[in-house]
Ligand binder design. Structure first.
Ligand code: ADP
Ligand code: MG
Length: 231
């Protein structure tokens, strides 16, 4: 497969697809679900059988950045028939919710076991340049804006502080008998994304939302890489 950044540039795109973004991040050792493109229901079922059930299908379109908002995410598909039905549902609801969008097909990936949802991101600040962001996923970031920031490149000490700085940190330590998260794995995750960002000044934004934090390890299940516009 060609370099996803070069491929996007050649096509005049700044938004990498989920498949391209994950391929790029996986190539530098960032743990993400292996994710493949399928352009028909039959191909999706074939890819799913190769990956192993249950799988997740998501709409793949350069025009859609919030896939679940348009009915573009189908979780926990247990067999080929479920994949077929989900493919058709995704195409129908995306057509309704986002009629103008050019759809390339779907992404197919293993259904990951549930973990604590966190987000790891990088944004480029006009003044400070690339900045890493860390927070708890879902309503914690959307409603409570419980996120912390550090300027790239991060040292191991910065990653330690970043993860511990959010108000929700006790959730990661484990509360009321709930299992906590592997904090060292989160620190290493953040450091690898920072390293990747430092090595790729042409990357303007990285979103891993969510990353599942487990008692043992961490895994990105959604990823988005955005390139800077060509000047
Ligand atoms: P978007 O953010 O574009 O709406 P996501 O890819 O983040 O779409 O998927 C929506 C939600 O589905 C995620 O927040 C997560 O809870 C769940 N999800 C996504 N991918 C997986 C996966 N591979 N395994 C388990 N759950 C997933
Ligand atoms: Mg997401």
């Amino acid at each position: 497969m060609p370099d996803p950044i070069a491929a996007a540039r050649a096509a005049g795109r700044t938004l990498l697809t989920e498949v391209e973004s994950k391929e790029l991040l996986a190539s530098v050792g960032i743990p993400v679900t292996p994710t493949r493109l399928a352009t028909s229901a039959d191909e999706a079922a074939k890819v799913a059988a190769e990956i192993g059930f249950p799988v997740v299908l998501k709409v793949l379109s350069g025009d859609i950045s919030h896939k679940s908002d348009v009915g573009g995410v189908e979780l926990g598909l247990a067999d080929a028939a479920a994949v077929h039905a989900a493919y058709d549902r995704i195409m129908a609801s995306v057509k309704q919710a986002s009629p103008g969008a050019k759809v390339d097909g779907v992404s197919v990936q293993p259904m990951a076991k549930q973990g604590i949802e966190v987000i790891v991101g990088m944004t480029t600040d006009p003044q400070f340049g690339p900045v890493m962001m860390f927070g708890l996923g879902g309503i914690m970031v959307e409603v409570l804006k419980d996120v912390a920031f550090r300027i790239v490149p991060l040292e191991p000490r910065d990653a330690k502080q970043l993860v511990r700085e959010i108000k929700g940190y006790p959730v990661l330590e484990g509360v009321r008998g709930r299992p906590g998260a592997d904090i060292a794995a989160l620190e290493s995750f953040v450091l690898k994304v920072s390293e990747f960002a430092a090595a790729h000044p042409e990357v303007q934004e990285i979103d891993l939302n969510p990353v599942f934090a487990y008692p043992d390890g961490a895994l990105g299940v959604d990823a988005r890489v955005v390139l800077a516009p060509v000047s």
